[in-house]
Every structure is written in structure tokens, then in C-alpha cells.
Design a protein around this ligand. Structure first.
Ligand code: ACO
Ligand code: V55
Length: 299
């Protein structure tokens, strides 16, 4: 402790993260870096406010396929380079330039976007966090809601801006908005195209919370580190189960489904987190499950 306080530079090195860019996974539009179990995935077209072009979408499919199997990724954080999280679909490359192409090509361009923005996101076997650092418009709502959790900068600016330029929020943007915002707020922002801040997004429940921009990375890292403490099989079953029962109207069906997912977990979880949790609480009395995870106490 005393050593660390000696000089500013030693203090800095003591807290320096081991975040390293992955040269093999980074692409022309996406930057990937690993840091202690976290994969930082940064939409990287800052000059275009990280607008999602067909090329970016194809690259994101590849990045997510790789990260799914990569043990260096145990939590995925999605964010944007520069002033934007993402300005939505690329109006030039995704819309104007696809006009006039055949319908099969158009459908493929749309499917590439949707595959990573919500289909792969929702199925991703590891926790995902959207870190909304700035502008977030239209199509960008799909990956924000596609991620399990979201944290925004207080002053990030959101807008369901499709109607402002003459289309409806497709690509499951309206669905994403309907699932996370109240009916009144969803309809209000979808019809007016009015912007709202990260702080308002948190109040409305579109994101989990908002923090001042200067603390955004640390707050997101802290959340990721909480998730890193947990058993990965338990987390995967829990997130997929929640998404599945969200779509079920019948309580008998959801109850049965959840029992089945829990039983499936016993086969998947070779570490047997459940047995260890029971032993540590009931026998060793070494932690309180209501107040934190077993491994926090073990350290
Ligand atoms: N698609 C294509 N290019 C874009 C997009 C986009 N969605 N957003 C920004 N750009 C480009 C601009 O054309 C400009 O390019 P240029 O430098 O080659 O001229 C560059 O990014 C910078 O944009 P500015 O508008 O100058 O940046 P500024 O910081 O002033 O404004 C803002 C940022 C508010 C995000 C603005 O760019 C904007 O309104 N973008 C569109 C937002 C939007 O409504 N997106 C579509 C939603 S609908 C959907 O996604 C389906
Ligand atoms: C939109 C988004 C899309 C799409 C078509 O929100 C329209 C507008 C996310 O993909 O394919």
C-alpha cells in the first residue's frame, strides 16, 4: 500500500488494466479487446458515428461467432468508438445502396443485421452488456435491447428516429422498444422521434442505469466483474430461461419449462455450483447466499 502511494506512475501501474486488442479478431469496422475475462467489442466507424453498414454487420456476425467459443470472453461488452454508441443503420450503405438489388440480396443484407443485433445476442451463451457511450438511434436499439444488460452515460442521446426520415422501426426495433419501455413511452418516442437522454433511458427502464460519462467504463467493468464471479452454466440457463418465459402466457408451461431448464443445468454444470453453495452455507457457514456469491467469500 505504502509502496503504491510513492509515485504517481507506480500508482498508475498498480491499477492499469490488462486490456489488449485482439489483432486476429478485430476487423475494419469492429475493434475487439480482451481484459481479464471481458471481451470489449467496439463498433469502430467513429467518422460515421458507428452507423451499421452491411460490412459492419457481417463482421459482427464473425466476431460473435468467434467470441462464443473463445475462453478469453466470459462477458461481452458492446460499445462504440468516439461520440456515438451507434447512429443506427447506415442510411447510405444499408438503405440507399441496397435499393435496386434483387430481393434475395436485400433479404440477406437485412438478415445479417438482425442475426447479430438480436438473434445471436439473445442466444449468446455468455452475459452481454451494452455500454451506451453516446448517440444511439433507430437500429441501434436492437443490440442495446439484445444485450442482457445496458448501462448508459447520463448524457447519451437516444432516439427512435425512423419516423423522422420516413420509415417505421423495423429490424425488430419496435419489438425491442415494446419489450423494454411502457406502452405510453414506446408509442410516444416511436411516433415523435423525440430524443431522450441516458438518464431518462434509465428512468424508463430501457437501460439498467446511467452514470456520468467519466465513470461509465468503470461502472460497466464493475458489473461485468460481478457476473464473472458467477458460475457460467448457471448464468446461461438463467438468462435463456428468463427470455423463454417472457414469451409464455401459460403459467403451467413456464413452471414446467423452468424445472426442465434447472434439471438440464445439473447435467451441464460439472463444477456443481449448487452442491458447493449448499455446503458453504449450511455446513461451513462461510457465506450468505442472499448477500453475495459464494466465491467472494472464498477469496
Ligand atoms: N448512416 C450513415 N451515415 C451516418 C449516419 C447513419 N445513420 N449517422 C451519421 N452518419 C455520417 C454522416 O453522414 C457524416 O458523414 P460525412 O462526414 O461523410 O458527411 C458523419 O457520419 C458524421 O455525421 P454528422 O451528422 O456530421 O455528426 P454529428 O455528430 O453532428 O451528428 C448524429 C450525429 C446526431 C448521430 C447525426 O449524424 C444523425 O442524425 N445521424 C442519423 C441518426 C439516425 O436517425 N439514424 C437512423 C435511424 S433509423 C434506422 O437505424 C433504421
Ligand atoms: C430498421 C432496422 C433494421 C432493418 C430495417 O429501424 C429497418 C429500422 C435493424 O435492422 O433491417
Amino acid at each position: 500500500m505504502a509502496k503504491r502511494a510513492k509515485t504517481a506512475s507506480t500508482k498508475k501501474s498498480a491499477t492499469r488494466s490488462t486490456k489488449t486488442k485482439s489483432t486476429e479478431l478485430s476487423t475494419s469496422c469492429v475493434d475487439v479487446a480482451f481484459e481479464d475475462g471481458i471481451a470489449w467489442v467496439t463498433l469502430n466507424r467513429p467518422d460515421k458515428r458507428n452507423a451499421m453498414s452491411p460490412a459492419l454487420n457481417r463482421e459482427m456476425i464473425g466476431v460473435m461467432q468467434a467470441l462464443e467459443l473463445d475462453p478469453r470472453c466470459r462477458v461481452l461488452i458492446l460499445t462504440g468508438a468516439g461520440t456515438a454508441f451507434s447512429s443506427g443503420m447506415d442510411l447510405k450503405e444499408y438503405f440507399r445502396e441496397r435499393d435496386g438489388q434483387d430481393f434475395i440480396t436485400i433479404r440477406r443484407i437485412e438478415r445479417d443485421a438482425e442475426d447479430w443485433q438480436w438473434r445471436m445476442m439473445r442466444a449468446f451463451p455468455k452475459p452481454t452488456i451494452a455500454m451506451v457511450n453516446g448517440w444511439c438511434f433507430g437500429g441501434a436499439f436492437a443490440p442495446v435491447v439484445g444485450c442482457d444488460l445496458a448501462i448508459a452515460a447520463d448524457d447519451a442521446v437516444f432516439g427512435v428516429s425512423e419516423v423522422n426520415w420516413g420509415i417505421i422501426p423495423a429490424g425488430n426495433v419496435a419489438k425491442a422498444v415494446a419489450e423494454t419501455m411502457s406502452s405510453r413511452n414506446a408509442m410516444y418516442y416511436l411516433m415523435t422521434g423525440e430524443t431522450f437522454t441516458g438518464k431518462q433511458a434509465a428512468e424508463m427502464g430501457l437501460v439498467n442505469k446511467s452514470v456520468p460519462k467519466r465513470s461509465l467504463k468503470n461502472a460497466t467493468r464493475r458489473l461485468a466483474k460481478n457476473l464473472l464471479q458467477k458460475n457460467s452454466a448457471v448464468l446461461m440457463q438463467a438468462k435463456h430461461a428468463l427470455k423463454a418465459v417472457q414469451a409464455m402466457d401459460d403459467w403451467e408451461m413456464s413452471a414446467d419449462y423452468l424445472h426442465a431448464k434447472g434439471d438440464q443445468l445439473k447435467i451441464m454444470d460439472t463444477e456443481d455450483a449448487r452442491a458447493e453453495g449448499l455446503t458453504e452455507f449450511l455446513d461451513k457457514k462461510s457465506f450468505k447466499p442472499g448477500l453475495g456469491h459464494v466465491s467472494e467469500k472464498k477469496k
